[in-house]
Design a protein around this ligand. Structure first.
Ligand code: 5GP
Length: 241
């Protein structure tokens, strides 16, 4: 069965770069190209980053039940087409969804075995400067994205894995190891959390490394490490946890 990986992050977290690198490194992992009603950015192409459609076209697809999930993000519609999951299943591939927290929670309900990963920027200041340096958005859009980031980060504890995108190479390796560890788990039919209980014959050195890296990113392991980051967005969140 295909594994569905959900990746969410506030915009400006470097998620698209991470995902692009991951897709080059891992075989048999398909990217679900979303439909959106937002206008393409200068560097984007129709059918590559997104299927860019009109609101009327999008609404017709909603009415025809063509979406696995859809949401209004920053005033535009975004949606994941069901056919991408069907196609991945036919090919025996896994599927990666780059979607926001609203879409993620719809998928978590529909596909409880989906593996969810939340990417955090190193802190508030870094996110703010990344959004400004992108130079593609107006001040009002940047403000809105920062406010949304603050709210989205409240949802980090609903995800299976937390990845702090500090050093790109390291974060890419961690993301790859999460995917590979989940595949191993599926193959072996175990949760792999007790990796130290498995004998050397059960796992190669490389597999053990993959599992340990992924394990360190699991929410329960990462919770303390990410508290200062979460606090830089909203100190209330940490006080209340
Ligand atoms: P952007 O406009 O910067 O490409 O994306 C804005 C947000 O929409 C990001 O958080 C991205 O993950 C999310 N997004 C992209 N595609 C989908 C989708 O199909 N469904 C949902 N719910 N969110 C999406």
């Amino acid at each position: 069965m295909s594994i569905v990986f959900i990746v969410s992050a506030p915009s400006g977290s470097g998620k698209s770069t991470l995902v692009a690198k991951l897709l080059k490194m891992v075989d048999n992992l398909d990217f679900s190209i979303s439909y959106t009603t937002r206008a393409p950015r200068r560097s984007e192409h129709n059918r590559k980053e997104y299927f860019f459609v009109s609101r009327e076209e999008f609404e017709a697809m909603v009415a025809a039940g063509e979406f696995l999930e859809h949401a209004d993000v920053f005033g535009n519609y975004y949606g994941t087409a069901r056919r991408f999951l069907r196609e991945a299943e036919v090919c025996g591939h896994d599927l990666l969804l780059d979607i926001d927290v609203q879409g993620a929670s719809q998928i978590m309900q529909k596909i409880p075995d989906a593996v969810s990963i939340f990417i955090l920027p190193p802190d508030w200041q870094t996110l703010e400067s990344r959004l400004r340096n992108r130079g593609s958005d107006a001040e009002e859009v940047i403000r809105r994205r920062l406010d949304t980031a603050r709210r989205e980060i409240e949802n980090y504890c609903k995800y299976d894995y937390i990845l702090v995108n500090d050093l790109l190479e390291q974060s890419t390796d961690q993301l790859k190891d999460i995917v590979l560890a989940e595949r191993l788990k599926e193959e072996r039919g175990t949760d792999l959390s007790g990796v130290s209980d498995l004998s050397n014959e059960d796992l190669s050195e490389e597999e053990r490394h993959v599992i340990e890296t992924a394990q360190a990113c699991r929410l329960e392991e990462a919770r303390e490490r990410v508290q200062p980051i979460v606090a830089s967005f909203n100190p209330q969140l940490v006080k209340g946890s």
